[in-house]
Structures are given as structure tokens and as C-alpha cells.
Design a protein around this ligand. Structure first.
Ligand code: IVH
Length: 676
């Protein structure tokens, strides 16, 4: 992909470029879906896709019916096949106070002769989905739609790891629940979107909805969606006859259910549950917007039935939205590694939903202009999807007379270069390669964990190194002296020594860390690894042409072109020479087995899941691969070993159901110690 401005292209040139991009996108989509393994970094696909959209928008005559753009987005989403829900997917009535909840309880108890319990559940902020299984096999998945007719999203749902393809018993059953995007996945997705100049999603729910209704499953697969199932269309195939038992039985069948449910005997129990989870709301890894209480007996649910839209046996208690007012003190512009310039509102600090908030992203100039936020304004602030501080609007009555509409900068606040909008982007960019703010961000990336992994070299230290002219580029790090570091704020002998040791150790990293750390466009950690493994050393990679590079499995033409363009730059040659001169390793050493003999991992397919305490995932992966294992992303019959950390979920359940041996982290550590 070239960065050529679309305005300067002829129709023929645009058609030619689009014709190159389409098969690449389709191929990536296919590889991802069929091989169950991403072949390119998430954002590479997004960016290439955005370029194709931009080309086709500028030259509508070049659109082909088989273009991946014709299968996603906008109007084509309504082309999703329809699914009729034989048993309607109901919504829930809602209440906003304990008083209203008590009224619901009294009404219900008035209509039921015998005492009964409620099951209390979290109200997950996502989208309702329905999954049909025939003889234990997943056959169809759909959205709720209007409750009677939804959309067929089977292919998308098949990419979601927590949805079992096969149940532990051969039931024919329709299971319902919520599909959502975890908070962390949402934050990472928006970060990538912003770095690529795309508009961010407003909240995890919108992001999940957008991701689920894609006709291109590759996009869905990238989005790390998850599910909690909590209902069935008909409970007959189950053995349990209670709602709480249903959640347990669904988990046994292989579904992910939310374990926080609690059976409540009365309203006091319900109120205690509400209080607990309202307080814990911000700590949860997923968004919730209330609590659902359900009559716990399934036959009672059935006999109570439903009105046209909502069941009589359940109700949602909605949390009050948390919103506060504060004042905008300043609007700050920050420059990312790729030159994207982002406005941020700096506000008087306020407590909001579990944390103190003083900053809110204003995303891009269009957003800032549309919201017309001015310095001095009082604004309404909430947390989008429970996590992201977001200004919903300014308070007109409190606008100071002197507040002026904000003027968008035209030059980079760091280096003064003129800012530009690239064709397909809402973002404003500084495209000066020597921009100090970008260089500092580049150094932060260079030092980051998946790159050169220089512990202790954080943004504040990097900023000081640039401010004091101690470094101009990443190679200068390797020439720093103790005396120089002692001039930095709060640096003593020990901290200086620790940092120098960390920098020094990074000299020996295998080539892929350096390649990733250089920040070559489109080259993420995975591509860097493939390149390093295939070429073995920096000089061979630098000498390679696009054809040789794209011949590598999993490296497509776009990455290849980007690598060739990067190494064609004389400044890059100088930097590489300088890195070599200061002793940074330029060869691939990860693939070399630590011992010549084979290990117990040789030829084994290993999957990692859950949170590891002592090791990072990349460290564990690196070690396993060095010892001959292939580390894959999902559990299947072919998996030889699952290593499960804390809070392991569906992969653990699946491994257990397939009798795949499971180790904990301590067992892995023991194996590592043994081979030392
Ligand atoms: S029960 C007939 N349980 O909330 C059963 N719904 O506002 C109706 N939701 O459409 C659903 N968490 O998408 C149920 N634990 C939970 C839920 C839940 C989230 C959603 C669901 C429903 C919406 C109604």
C-alpha cells in the first residue's frame, strides 16, 4: 500500500491499487478464519481496509461486486439473512429504584400462591444473541432483532472463542445470552482505531454491535468478543428446573456463564446483591448497566408467561447513570508515534465512577468542533461503557461570556511543522519524521515490553532524555553514561545503574524485538517474528526485495512494500549502522533451541490461557517455542497441553472436556527450572 494522496491518482492507478488490495484482504480474512490464527496484526487489516474504502469512495467506478468492502458496512448490513425466532426473544421491563422494585415483587407475590426465590444476575451491557444446537452441534446463531425476527450471524459467532461448537451432551436446544466486548479489548481497539486515524467507538456496546454484524468474519474475529449465556428458549432438554441451576448446567454444557449470580429469598437479599455489584461495577472486566432479578423456578417462569414484550417473571433494576460537572481548564494536543495529533480536555479533577478524572479525550478535530467545547466551559462528564471518561456536552447556562470557539491548530505543537489530514482519515497528523514528540513516542515503543523490553525506561524518563539533549535517536540510549543519568530528576546511583543494565541487556535481544521496536509501518510483533525467522539477520532483510519478503508465509505484499520502503531510507541505514556500532544484536536467536537435545516439548502443540503471575505471555511463548513447542491460540483435539493461569475460562473447560492435559503456571516454572 502506498501513502500516495488519493487526489493525485488517476482512475487507472486507483483501480490498479484497489485490485492489489482486495485479494490481500480476502486472503487475510480467510487465513484468519480457517486457520484460527491471525496472519497479520489487527490494525494492519484495518488500515489496508480503510485505504481500499478511500480509493473506492474517491473513484466509485472502480468498485467490484466481489470487493471485501461490498461485504461489510453501511447498507450491506441489512443484507444479513433473517432468522425467525419461533420462541420470541423478549426484552425486560425496567425499574430505577428499590421502591419500584418492591412494587414489582409485591405484584408478583400477589399473583403466586406459593413462596418463591429470585435469582439475581448482573445485567451485562451487550447484545442479546440466540444460539441453536442440534444434537450438540452449533448450527445457527442470531441477533435479537425486533424479538420476532433477528439476523443470521452464525459465521461471526463461530469466531468467538467462548461459544462452544460442540456441547458436552448431544442436546437439541436454543441457548440465549449476551455478547459483549470486554473493557480492555474495547480500549485497545479504540487505541488502534485512533492511531489509524479512524473514529473511535463510543462505548463497548456499540463496538460489540458493530463487530457482530460484520459480513466479514475476519473483522469480528479480531474484536475479542465474549459471551455470557443466561437463558434457554425452552428448558425441556435440560435436567435442572431452576434459573440458578440452569446457569450451572449451561456451564457444564460448555458455555461461559457469569458466576456472580445469587439466589435471593426476599427483597433484603436482592437489595444486598444490588449494593454489592453497584459498588464493584467499575472493577469488573465488562460493562454492566444494572441487575436482573428472575423468579428462580423455571416452571413458575413458564406459568407466569409474558406480556407482548416482556416476561412477567423478571425485571431489570437499572443503575443510576453517574454524571458529574466539571470545568475545562485547557485543551492539550498530544502527538503519537505515528504522528496522529489528538486533543485532550484537561479538567478540574472530579471523582467519577470509582476514579478521579482530570482528562478526557476529544478524539479528533471534527469531534471537538461538533461538541463545541471551549476552555472555561462547564461540561457534563460520564464514563462511556463504564470506563472511558467522556464529555457529553457543555452546560450552556454556565458558559463564560469570554469563552471563544476553539481554534484547531494548523502546526505541530512540538515541532511547528504544518499538520495535515491524510485522505481517508479524520485524524490530524504531523508528518515531520524528525518531530521530537514523535521521536520520544518512538523511543517509548522501542523500549516497550514486546519490543526491546527495557524495564524502567518510561515516558517521563524518555521526555527528559530528549529535553536535555542526551539522545537524538534510539541508538543513543546505548551510549548513555551513569553521570548523564544522574542529571535526571530523582535519579540516584542505583536507579542509574539499573537502567544502564536494562539497556545493556537489551543489546542481546533476538532480531524480531529490534524489528518490531523500530516501528516500521504495518510490522507488528507477529510480522517482525516471521521476518526475523525467515531472514536470520538484518543485512539479509535489508537486501531483500518485495517479492522475496512477500514469499514468506503470513507476510503479504503490503508488509513487504512497507519494509522495502522503510529500508530504502538513508536515515534508516544510518540508524541501523549506529545501532550495530553500539553493539545491538542484529541476528535472529529465538529459534535456536536452548539445548541441542530434544525436550519434552519438542513437536508438542501447547495453548496458554488465563493470567500468568510470574511470566508474561510472550516470555512463556518464547521459552516454549525455543524448546520445540508450537504455541497455538485455541484448544482442539490436537492440543497436547494447556497451560492455565489465573481465571482461565472457556479454554480450560474445553481442554477438560477433550481430556487435554492441563498444567498450572508452577508446573511450567518447574519444567523451565529443570532445563536450566
Ligand atoms: S434475561 C426473557 N438476563 O438486557 C429473558 N437479560 O434490557 C430476557 N441482559 O434483551 C432477558 N443481562 O439483552 C437477561 N442476565 C441477564 C441479562 C439480560 C443483560 C439484556 C438482554 C435483554 C436486555 C433487556
Amino acid at each position: 500500500m502506498t501513502d500516495k494522496s488519493i487526489k493525485t491518482l488517476t482512475v487507472d492507478q486507483a483501480a490498479e491499487e484497489a485490485a492489489d488490495l482486495r485479494p490481500q484482504l480476502l486472503e487475510w480474512g480467510k487465513q484468519y478464519y480457517e486457520a484460527d490464527a491471525p496472519s497479520v496484526e489487527d490494525d494492519v487489516y484495518d488500515r489496508v481496509y480503510a485505504r481500499l474504502v478511500a480509493l473506492e469512495t474517491a473513484f466509485p467506478e472502480i468498485v467490484t461486486p466481489d470487493s471485501p468492502t461490498q461485504r461489510v458496512g453501511g447498507s450491506s448490513r441489512s443484507d444479513l439473512p433473517k432468522v425467525t425466532h419461533d420462541i420470541p426473544m423478549l426484552s425486560l421491563g425496567d425499574v430505577f429504584s428499590l421502591d419500584e422494585l418492591t412494587e414489582f415483587d409485591e405484584r408478583l407475590r400477589g399473583n403466586v400462591d406459593t413462596p418463591f426465590d429470585y435469582n439475581c444476575e448482573l445485567k451485562i451491557d451487550g447484545l442479546a444473541i440466540s444460539l441453536r444446537y442440534e444434537n450438540g452441534k452449533f448450527v445457527q446463531g442470531s441477533t435479537r432483532g425486533n424479538g420476532q425476527i433477528g439476523e443470521d450471524i452464525t459465521a461471526n459467532l463461530k469466531t468467538i472463542k467462548s461459544i462452544p461448537q460442540t456441547l458436552s451432551r448431544p442436546l437439541t436446544i436454543e441457548v440465549r445470552g449476551e455478547c459483549y466486548m470486554p473493557k480492555a479489548a474495547f480500549l485497545a481497539l479504540n487505541e488502534r482505531r485512533e492511531a489509524a486515524g479512524q473514529a473511535p467507538f463510543a462505548n463497548p456496546r456499540n463496538a460489540a454491535a458493530g463487530s457482530l454484524r460484520q459480513l466479514d468474519t475476519r473483522v469480528t474475529a479480531d474484536r475479542q468478543l465474549a459471551t455470557f449465556m443466561y437463558n434457554v428458549a425452552d428448558y425441556e432438554p435440560l435436567t435442572t428446573r431452576t434459573q440458578s441451576g440452569l446457569l450451572d448446567e449451561l456451564a457444564e454444557l460448555g458455555f461461559t456463564t457469569n458466576a456472580t449470580y445469587r439466589v435471593a429469598h426476599d427483597m433484603a437479599d436482592v437489595a444486598a446483591y444490588i449494593e454489592t455489584y453497584q459498588a464493584r461495577r467499575t472493577e469488573l472486566a465488562y460493562g454492566i448497566d444494572g441487575i436482573v432479578i428472575k423468579a428462580n423456578e423455571l416452571p413458575l417462569q413458564r406459568s407466569l408467561g409474558a406480556t407482548v414484550k416482556v416476561p412477567r417473571w423478571a425485571i431489570a433494576y437499572k443503575f443510576p447513570p453517574e454524571e458529574v460537572q466539571t470545568r475545562v481548564l485547557d485543551i492539550e494536543w498530544t502527538i503519537g508515534r505515528t504522528g496522529v495529533v489528538t486533543p485532550t480536555a484537561i479538567m478540574e479533577p472530579v471523582a467519577l465512577a470509582g476514579s478521579t478524572v482530570a482528562r478526557a479525550s476529544l478524539h479528533n478535530p471534527d469531534y471537538l468542533i461538533a461538541k463545541d467545547i471551549r476552555i472555561g466551559d462547564t461540561v457534563l462528564l460520564h464514563k462511556a461503557g463504564d470506563i472511558i471518561p467522556e464529555i457529553s456536552q457543555y452546560v450552556a447556562a454556565k458558559r463564560p461570556a469570554e469563552a471563544k470557539a476553539y481554534v484547531i491548530p494548523t502546526t505541530c505543537p512540538s515541532c511547528g511543522a504544518e499538520l495535515v489530514h491524510l485522505d481517508d482519515e479524520v485524524a490530524l497528523r504531523c508528518i515531520n519524521p524528525r518531530c521530537p514528540a514523535q521521536l520520544a513516542e518512538g523511543m517509548n515503543h522501542f523500549a516497550s515490553r514486546n519490543a526491546m523490553n527495557i524495564a524502567g525506561l518510561g515516558p517521563q524518563i524518555v521526555a527528559q532524555l530528549f529535553d536535555r539533549n542526551l539522545v537524538q535517536d534510539v541508538a543513543d540510549l546505548y551510549r548513555l553514561t551513569t553521570d548523564q543519568l544522574l542529571t535526571l530528576d530523582k535519579f540516584g546511583e542505583k536507579s542509574a545503574q539499573n537502567l544502564l543494565t536494562a539497556i545493556d541487556n537489551s543489546r542481546n535481544n533476538s532480531l524480531e524485538r529490534l524489528l518490531f521496536g523500530l516501528g516500521i509501518r504495518h510490522v507488528g510483533a507477529k510480522a517482525a517474528r516471521s521476518l526475523a525467522a525467515a531472514f536470520g539477520d538484518m543485512a539479509s532483510l535489508m537486501a531483500a526485495d518485495s517479492e522475496q519478503i512477500s514469499a514468506i508465509d503470513t507476510v503479504g505484499g503490503i508488509i513487504a512494500d512497507s519494509v522495502v520502503t522503510y529500508f530504502a531510507n538513508t536515515q534508516v541505514h544510518e540508524l541501523v549502522a549506529k545501532l550495530q556500532a553500539v553493539g545491538v544484536n542484529m541476528t535472529y536467536t529465538s529459534g535456536t533451541p536452548a539445548t541441542n537435545s530434544t525436550s519434552e516439548f519438542t513437536g508438542k502443540r501447547v495453548v496458554l490461557t488465563g493470567k500468568l503471575q510470574e511470566l508474561t505471555r510472550p516470555q512463556a511463548t518464547e521459552w516454549l517455542e525455543q524448546h520445540g513447542a508450537t504455541v497455538t491460540g485455541s484448544v482442539s483435539k490436537k492440543t497436547d497441553l494447556l497451560i492455565a493461569g489465573e481465571a482461565a475460562g472457556s479454554k480450560l473447560a474445553k481442554a477438560q472436556s477433550l481430556d487435554v492435559p492441563v498444567w498450572n503456571e508452577a508446573q511450567l516454572q518447574a519444567a523451565m527450572d529443570e532445563t536450566k
